[in-house]
Design a protein around this ligand. Structure first.
Ligand code: C5P
Length: 212
């Protein structure tokens, strides 16, 4: 039995008190992964951005809103976990300036400068101890395999799940599970629940160590 951290859902980066930039993510994959991990007898803690999806009752859920909050909470919880699965779609840009008051319309264009937010999975990957593992997701619209392997290396992941943009907000998905050497360990397609079951089986066999 392992304790597994799952990041799930989108995050929001505010421009002013009412407007924000976000990513398309329903949290369905995170919920399906959590259910699959629980079925295998693991403990699950989910760090989730704002979603409408219901997470399984057996999972502990910590709600966050911004990428910085997701990083802070996930970073803290990761120390007590054997592994982390990055299924969230954290918003990776934030406005350089956040207005305290609502920005009034002027009739003209609004020019906003965005800067990058921290990468949650890459930070966990850098932090991980020898007895911990990190699995990332790479959603690509082209060169899926190659780009996923580049991300696996850059984010210090142990395995990477490569999927296409068709997965966004969809009930079904199609993924490949990649090893650091580029080997395709599994190709899975079907409902997110079925794919999550398949992924967790692979993660369980390849990465989960019994608690000492
Ligand atoms: O670079 P890209 O966003 O495509 O990488 C996707 C992977 O990185 C996913 O596992 C996602 O959860 C994670 N990620 C993250 N923090 C970000 C951006 C992506 O954890 N700011």
């Amino acid at each position: 039995m392992a304790r597994i951290l799952i990041t799930s859902g989108p995050t929001r980066q505010y421009l002013d008190p009412v407007r924000y930039l976000t990513n398309a993510s329903s949290g369905r994959m995170g919920a399906a992964l959590a259910a699959a991990a629980l079925r295998l007898g693991h403990q699950v803690v989910i760090v989730s951005g704002p979603v409408a999806v219901d997470y399984p009752a057996g999972a502990e859920v910590v709600d966050v809103e911004t990428t910085e909050q997701m990083l802070a909470v996930a970073g803290e919880l990761f120390a007590g976990c054997q592994g982390a699965i990055g299924a969230a779609a954290p918003c990776d840009y934030r406005p350089r300036q956040v207005n305290v008051q609502k920005i009034a319309k002027t009739g003209g264009p609004l020019v906003v400068e965005f800067i990058e937010t921290p990468d949650v999975v890459a930070t966990l990957g850098q932090q991980k101890r020898a007895d911990q593992w990190v699995v990332g997701f790479a959603l690509e619209t082209e060169d899926h395999h190659f780009r996923a392997i580049v991300k696996l290396e850059r984010k210090h992941c142990d395995l990477m799940v490569s999927n296409g943009a068709e997965a966004i907000n969809a009930a079904e998905t199609q993924v490949a599970l990649l090893a650091p050497d580029g080997e395709v360990l599994a190709e899975l397609a079907g409902s997110k629940e079925a794919v999550a079951d398949g992924l967790l089986r692979e993660i369980d066999v390849r990465l989960c160590q019994p608690l000492k």
